[in-house]
Design a protein around this ligand. Structure first.
Ligand code: F6P
Length: 548
């Protein structure tokens, strides 16, 4: 098989198919086939995916499934689920599914689900003790606040879940999240808290990430100022490097393990979810894992054409590589899912933001689009103008829940009215005749209407997928997260990139490590390009002037 998948006949057929039907408009597709919604939607366990507003026909979906088969998607899926070391650049298995599996998963003969169960049992005991007020701080007071210190995959998953599932628990400590090395983040958080009632979770798979360790040292010093040598009782760690956590001063029985076969951005169902167990409750964390497991089972077994993550991954390939879309918006019409765009940004862009194939050759085609977005309806009053009439076509995922998790039914109906309206408007647009008729109805003078016409036309034909969840339960959130995890995997197989490494973050990290001591010294720097030298020296001069 060619390393660059664009050389496959199945890819070429899709390119021809696109040329032949590129003028088709979604309006026309809906007009031609009254059963389009039924044909292009899938349901699973309280989740509906409607992709009938994507620019596809049955032929497109058939050709995309052919491409998936030509790229051996089923074999790659089996290799991942069997614990093969498919993360070849780091020589690691990829087994986030083992974190929520219902049956044994072996890595070189060892059933790793036993290790997972042991850590979950420790988390359960600890979380129950903290929530019930049995496990207390050094001065005998119950923990009222939990601060998670972590970044990237050690932050975004638990941050998303704690926010999304807030309504599931009215008891238990409040969760706070500090990720940025900017001192403002930890200062703002700690100044509102009391050391005697605060539990600090240091979450870092490697236990070597600069930002997390800087925040951990600051939090430890803050605890020590009040609690002296008992501060360690307020620390716990989540890591694949328990020795490093011990050396930092975390008690051995407060270290919750994760493993090298769990990628950071795929780790929410591991001990990285400890803040969820503490703040929302272990039973809800178990619910989240059960939802993810249901999606894993669907991904493993459903035929490609009926498989939600496969369909979503193939649609992304269609939009990126054939329609030429360089971005995708994630638009949760649910305030509680406001962290989902940021979570998916890391999941999708760190996984598939690669331009070299598994064999180390230049791919030569586009891979991960820009993933971005925010909770609706706010975006409607900011960037939706650009989504509707901008020069670029940007597909979007709209996500909402049928049942609200609050009592304000009128608000929920208004929210969903906007959701449905936006996807309809993006698909159908408004043609010149409709725009002119609208202005006639407003009784605008003819000359004004003529001048305004080009501004009031909407091209439409802008693809969207809609995901409706019955309700924002832990199970639904787990399924949603696993849906996107597997979608990303599907794309990585088609693009033939390794979705599980992230070498692209290393250069900046090592340069920051070199620059940090240069900022401490007084001597001007000269070893970089003139821009970097200039910026560093400007900063140093300004800082010295302030001191003087
Ligand atoms: O940004 C790179 C990265 O390695 C992410 O992949 C990861 O989620 C994050 O840093 C945090 O890493 P760690 O959990 O090891 O502190």
């Amino acid at each position: 098989m060619p390393s660059a998948r664009s050389a496959l006949p199945a890819w070429q057929k899709l390119a021809e198919h696109h040329r032949a039907q590129s003028r088709l408009h979604l309006r026309e597709l809906f007009a031609r086939d009254p059963r389009r919604f039924g044909k292009f939607s899938l349901a699973l366990d309280g989740m509906l995916l409607d992709y009938s507003k994507q620019r596809v026909t049955e032929e497109t979906m058939r050709l995309l499934a052919d491409l998936a088969r030509a790229c051996e998607l089923e074999a790659w899926r089996a290799r991942m689920l069997a614990g093969e070391r498919i993360n070849q650049t780091e020589d690691r298995a990829v087994l986030h599914v083992a974190l929520r599996a219902g049956a044994a998963v072996r890595v070189e003969g060892r059933d790793v689900t036993r290790d997972v169960a042991a850590v979950l049992a420790d988390m359960r005991r600890f979380a129950r003790g903290v929530r019930a007020g049995r496990t207390r701080g050094a001065s005998g007071r119950a923990f009222t606040d939990v601060v998670n210190l972590g970044i990237g995959g050690s932050d975004l998953g638990p941050r998303l879940a704690c926010d999304a599932l807030k309504h599931c628990s009215r008891s238990g400590p409040r969760a706070h999240f500090v990720s940025n090395v900017d001192g403002a983040a930890i200062t703002d958080t700690l100044e509102r808290l009391t050391p005697a009632t605060t539990l600090v979770v240091i979450s870092s798979k490697t236990f070597s990430t600069q930002e997390t360790l800087a925040n951990a040292r600051t939090a430890r010093a803050w605890l020590q100022r009040k609690l002296k040598d008992k501060a360690a009782r307020h620390l716990c760690a989540v890591t694949a490097e328990p020795e490093r956590a011990r050396a930092f001063g975390v008690p051995a029985d407060r270290i919750f393990r994760t493993w090298d076969w769990v990628g950071g951005r795929y780790s929410l169902c591991s001990a990285v979810g400890l803040p969820v167990a503490l703040a929302i409750g272990m039973e809800h964390f178990d619910g989240l894992r059960a939802g993810a497991r249901a999606m894993d089972e669907h991904f493993a077994r459903a035929p490609l054409e009926k498989n939600l993550p496969v369909v979503m991954g193939l649609l992304e390939v269609w939009n990126v590589n054939f329609l030429g879309c360089g971005a995708r918006a994630v638009l949760p019409y649910d305030e509680r899912l406001r962290w989902l765009p940021a979570y998916l940004q890391q999941l999708e862009m760190e996984s598939c933001g690669k331009s070299v194939t598994r064999e180390g050759e230049r791919a030569g085609y586009a891979t991960a689009p820009v993933t971005w977005g925010s909770a609706g309806t706010d975006g409607q009053h900011a960037y939706f103008q650009w989504l509707h009439q901008g020069a670029a076509v940007v597909p979007a995922d709209f996500i909402a829940c049928c049942q609200p998790h609050h009592r304000l039914r009128g608000h929920h109906q208004a929210l969903l009215a906007n959701f449905f309206a936006q996807t309809e408007a993006l698909a159908s647009g408004m043609n010149p005749e409709e725009a002119a008729a609208g202005m006639r109805a407003q009784r605008l003078p003819e000359a004004t209407a003529r001048a305004l016409l080009p501004h009031r036309v909407f091209d439409g034909n802008r693809p969207t997928s809609s995901i409706l969840l019955d309700a924002l339960t832990p199970r639904a959130l787990g399924a949603l997260i696993a849906l996107y995890e597997h979608k990303v995997f599907v794309q990585s197989v088609i693009w033939n990139v390794n979705a599980f490494d992230q070498w692209g973050v290393e250069l900046g990290k090592s340069l920051a490590g070199r620059i940090l001591p240069e900022l401490v010294s007084h001597a001007p720097v000269a070893g970089h390009d003139s821009s970097t030298n200039g910026l560093i020296n400007h900063y140093k001069a300004r800082r010295q002037r302030r001191k003087a």
